[in-house]
Write a protein that binds this ligand. Structure first.
Ligand code: PLP
Length: 375
């Protein structure tokens, strides 16, 4: 099996699995227990928290452990909007966001918030001029992801930070799930960021919200008051320590891996470029390559590659079961046939050159096999 669906999830590093097992054995205590063993567990948790914010380049921010990016996005949106509603009701959101951002905002429309969507340019980045026009004193929250999960487009986070300097009331959140461990990004201008460990070779079910002013957050999960009363529920210490380990390895290997992966991306693009009825989306991070077989259905291409042992996805793993036209590709003004025929190939630092060569051979074979439906 050749795994090329790393934007959906990655294979955990073996060191991370070892860390997880070791912590489960040696530190299975509750971090909230006041006995000596509980206190040791709590110290380990705090060390991981510190390591994570340092690796992200925001040592003064607070890391709040969650079950993943979905929960972190829900937590920040619900709590900040709830607290700031007396100062304004406008929220700016890019059309490109993951459903864990768009869905919660859609639900909050009924609570009197005005949700304004930031337009997308054809290259898959948000239109910064549109952000400028949408900004006013009523804006309390703005959310733009760091890297898009469908095309890999890198969003202008630094430019948005600059624009927001005149609007201190607006909380700026970025969903950094597809950026962490892939590109070096400056997060010092954002108020909060969210991510999931399993996207950078950590384990599923662990993630975090990292916030500049944790006091502006309130819990959406109530209970025993863990995580400074922001996120109740016994903390997944082994998962948190494993996440810190995964982040360290991914960060150390990031630049060298990105160089190799850019080579893979280029090789596949070059091979596809010469084929008939192919549309390549503009590139962003090298880890993600989105290509359409015009006239075919993405699912058919995914299954045909699957029959050859190669795992890729249509648009994104979460949305592929919903059978909707992909919103990112729609926002970029792609034609219906391009959207319907799209697949996402995603590499990781563990991808090997021979696997990329096999992928190219399989893409050629599938292109020939479905040739008569291609336009
Ligand atoms: N945000 C982005 C950009 C994602 O790609 C994903 C997962 O695909 C998520 C959020 C949600 O992550 P999780 O399912 O781990 O909560």
């Amino acid at each position: 099996m050749i795994y090329m669906d790393n934007a959906a999830t990655t294979r955990p590093y073996s060191e991370v699995m070892k860390t997880f097992m070791n912590v489960n054995e040696a530190y299975y205590f509750n971090t909230a227990s006041i006995h000596q063993s509980g206190r040791k567990a709590s110290q380990l948790l705090e060390a991981s928290r510190k390591q994570i914010v340092e690796l992200l380049g925001v040592p003064d921010y607070r890391c709040i452990f969650t079950s993943g990016a979905t929960e972190a996005n829900n937590l920040v949106i619900q709590s900040v909007l709830g607290r700031k509603r007396t100062y304004g009701r406008t929220v700016l959101v890019s059309e490109l966001e993951h459903p864990s951002v768009l869905g919660v905002l859609e639900a909050m429309k009924n609570d009197g918030f005005r949700i304004k969507y930031i337009r997308t340019l054809p290259d898959g980045t948000v239109d910064i001029e549109h952000v400028r026009r949408l900004l006013d004193d009523d804006v309390i929250f703005i959310t733009v992801m760091a890297v898009n999960n469908i095309t890999g487009s890198i969003q202008p986070i630094a430019e948005i930070t600059e624009l927001l300097k005149g609007y201190p009331k607006a909380h700026f959140h970025t969903d950094a799930t597809q950026a962490i461990g892939k590109i070096d990004m400056d997060y010092t201008g954002v108020d909060s960021l969210s991510f999931s460990s399993h996207k950078f070779h950590g384990l599923k079910g662990t993630g975090a919200l990292v916030a500049k002013e944790p006091r502006t957050l309130s819990p959406i999960l109530h209970g025993g008051g863990h995580e400074n009363n922001i996120r109740s529920g016994t903390v997944n210490l082994p998962g948190a320590v494993a996440m810190a380990r995964a982040l360290r390895i991914a960060t150390e290997q990031r630049d060298a891996a990105a160089g190799r992966i850019a080579g893979f991306n280029h090789k596949v693009r070059m091979a596809l470029r010469d084929m008939r009825a192919i549309h390549l989306q503009p590139s962003g991070v090298p880890h993600i390559l989105n290509v359409s077989f015009i006239g075919a259905k993405g699912e058919v291409v995914v299954n045909a590659l699957g029959n050859r042992g190669i795992m890729v996805s249509t648009t994104s793993a979460c949305a592929s079961k919903l059978k909707k036209l992909n919103e990112t590709l729609l926002a970029m003004d792609n034609e219906r046939a391009v959207i319907e025929g799209s697949i996402r190939i995603s590499f990781s630092g563990l991808t090997k050159e021979e696997e990329v060569d096999e992928l190219i051979t399989a893409l050629r074979a599938v292109h020939e096999e479905i040739g008569e439906v291609l336009k």
